[in-house]
Design a protein around this ligand. Structure first.
Ligand code: URA
Length: 215
């Protein structure tokens, strides 16, 4: 039997995350407030050559809108950068109905539910890995994966059946794991850009490398 690529809407595998979402269903009934599914190009997972793996939905971003990286600062930087490097078409307007179309690219998260303070715990990362794994297996043309931040990187390396010690996270890094070329970047969070850990130029350079690799 093939594993599901996404948790169901009321997934209770991580009780803490389930309770966190339930509390926001009470206070913000107009929000998405559920696991956030992978954003695919219009031809679906079979057309994906490049997968971007984030950490987890932001509370007022993807958890509100229902599309990865949509509605918060991290998404403004990510969608702007992918568009400039030819991985999407259409004007990003921070809404799931803005018409943005990904080109042979998918965007997902290592953890599909919003965690308190943007910090999933180890057990949640491990539990949610089954969905990342099934998602990757459903992409037969996949060649390149970009991991955003160390948590997404380490979970992706484990998903690919490899040891993190053999593939340590580094900004601008590139490694070959589980049959895929894995690129890594600091996460495009507001915190990282405000503190200067990640500049727009550093982020753009990672996408330049990936575009050249996929050519
Ligand atoms: N939004 C997401 O979907 N993922 C992140 O990692 C950050 C913001």
């Amino acid at each position: 039997m093939t594993e599901p690529t996404e948790p169901d809407r009321n997934c209770n595998l991580c009780p803490r995350l389930h309770a966190f979402i339930a509390s926001h269903r009470e206070t913000h009934p107009d929000w998405h407030n559920a696991p956030v599914g992978t954003f695919y190009p219009k031809d679906g997972p079979g057309s994906v050559r490049f997968l971007i793996v984030g950490l987890a939905p932001g509370l007022r971003g993807a958890n509100r809108t229902g599309r990865p990286f949509t509605g918060d600062f991290a998404g403004d930087l990510l969608y702007g950068t992918i568009s400039r490097h030819g991985f999407s078409r259409g004007a990003f307007a921070a809404r799931p109905d803005d018409g943005v179309q990904l080109i042979e690219t998918a965007i997902t998260n290592a953890v599909r539910c919003v965690p308190p303070e943007n910090k999933p715990v180890g057990a949640e990362i491990n539990t949610c890995r089954r969905f990342l794994s099934a998602s990757i297996q459903a992409m037969p043309r996949l060649r390149a994966i970009l991991t955003l931040g160390k948590i997404a990187h380490d979970s992706t390396v484990r998903t690919l059946g490899e040891r993190v010690a053999a593939h340590p996270f580094s900004h601008g890094g590139r490694t070959f794991a589980g049959g895929f070329t894995v690129f890594s970047s600091y996460h495009c969070s507001r915190y990282n850009t405000n503190t200067g850990r990640l500049t727009e130029e550093m982020f753009a350079n990672v996408f330049k490398d990936i575009a050249a690799f996929l050519k």
